[in-house]
Design a protein around this ligand. Structure first.
Ligand SMILES: NC(=O)c1ccc[n+]([C@@H]2O[C@H](COP(=O)([O-])OP(=O)(O)OC[C@H]3O[C@@H](n4cnc5c(N)ncnc54)[C@H](OP(=O)(O)O)[C@@H]3O)[C@@H](O)[C@H]2O)c1
Length: 336
């Protein structure tokens, strides 16, 4: 049986569907207040028989910070897929994020070390990989450096990945994936959903940065294929292409048949924007749309290589343009 964390989240819900589709038996963790809307939405993207697939999941209720629960949950489990984490660039989430991402991963690794686990797949991030000098392409060998430029999220994901490497040293068989920005069908207020909403609402600015992007279906598929392979104790960057944010906005605008953002938001404008958002947040309950960390990331240029994965699995990525098209079509279907 397979144990999945983060199954109520974006990547985890796609992963759950892919595992169920190939007939795997799955136990997944959810919290007492986990919302199932995203999971049902994602399943309905793949099938009309959403409930049939949802009913196949065996749920355990609890938290990654509960070591007794994890110990119980891993009884009779052969494979673990660890996709749960707090993904946030809001400075007020720093403490909670560190605890869940680093301590939560350490707890799961320790529980797995105490059981007869065949293989463990850890979802890390490109954020946990170091930066290359002079805009060079980043691969799995780039070394992490302590820097003020590292976001709290990146530091937490680096700490989490170190716990997995520690587990490997202590005898666990594992693979680690480091996805770039994951795009695909999901709720509208996050990820590509929020980019689509920005274009739809006539947002006028784009940032000049370049980043890696990948389809969520490719991330789920690569996790399963790595787990089924005889590859152990390696990390893999999962990124289909390196693109400007402008290109992403332009494709969204093309599929929505609307004008895309026209004006380049220079780093100076972005610095003002996140400060204004911060002040606005002090006087309202709304989360800031832009934070210091998101504004700075969107202005940087990072190129990632997935050659290692392509060679190891003969992997073929979906073109990012196709991902944008599918997400826009879903958006139009649900919002017209
Ligand atoms: N999204 C991206 O672009 C991206 C890129 C690279 C890597 N990643 C990595 O991919 C993984 C999944 O990201 P995502 O975008 O799918 O995130 P997400 O949609 O925010 O989902 C996070 C999941 O983690 C669960 N979770 C959080 N804290 C938990 C805790 N203390 N105990 C148990 N479960 C907990 C959440 O449960 P609730 O439903 O109860 O909140 C949810 O199921 C993360 O490891 C992230 O770092 C994401």
């Amino acid at each position: 049986m397979i144990f999945v964390t983060g199954g109520t989240g974006f990547l985890g819900s796609h992963l759950l569907f892919h595992l169920l589709k190939i007939g795997k038996k799955v136990r997944a963790i959810k919290r007492a207040d986990s919302n199932f809307n995203l999971l049902s939405n994602v399943f309905s993207f793949y099938t009309q028989d959403t409930q049939k697939y949802l009913d196949k999941i065996e749920w355990v209720e609890g938290d990654l910070l509960d070591i007794y629960l994890l110990n119980e949950a891993l009884n009779d489990i052969s494979d673990v897929y660890h996709a749960a984490a707090i993904v946030s660039f809001d400075p007020s989430h720093r403490k909670k994020m560190m605890k869940t991402n680093v301590e939560g991963t350490a707890n799961l690794i320790n529980a797995a070390l105490g059981k007869d686990i065949r293989k463990f797949c850890h979802v890390s991030s490109i954020a946990a990989i170091g930066r290359a000098e002079n805009d060079n392409v980043i691969d799995e060998n780039v070394v992490w450096k302590t820097s003020k430029k590292n976001s709290n999220y990146a530091i937490s994901k680096y700490g989490a990945e170190r716990e997995v490497w520690r587990g490997i040293e202590e005898g666990l068989n594992a693979v680690i994936i480091n996805p770039s920005v994951i795009l695909g069908p999901r709720e509208l207020n996050r990820g590509i959903g929020s980019l689509i909403s920005m274009v739809r609402n006539g947002f006028k600015f784009y940032t000049p940065g370049v980043n890696g992007f990948v389809d969520v279906r490719d991330v789920a598929e690569s996790m399963i294929r790595l787990m089924e392979s005889d590859i152990y104790n390696e990390r893999f960057i999962i990124s289909a292409d390196n693109l400007t944010y402008k290109q992403i906005f332009d494709w969204i605008a093309e599929y929505l048949k609307m004008p895309g953002p026209k004006y380049k938001a220079t780093p100076y404008i972005s610095e003002i924007a996140w400060r204004l958002e911060y002040i606005k947040g002090l006087f309202s309950n709304n989360k800031p749309l832009i934070t210091k960390e998101t504004a700075r990331t969107a202005n940087h240029t990072y190129y990632y290589s997935s050659d290692k994965l392509i060679q190891a699995l003969d992997f073929k990525f979906l073109p990012v343009r196709q991902t944008i098209k599918d997400a826009c079509e879903l958006f139009l279907k649900n919002n017209n």
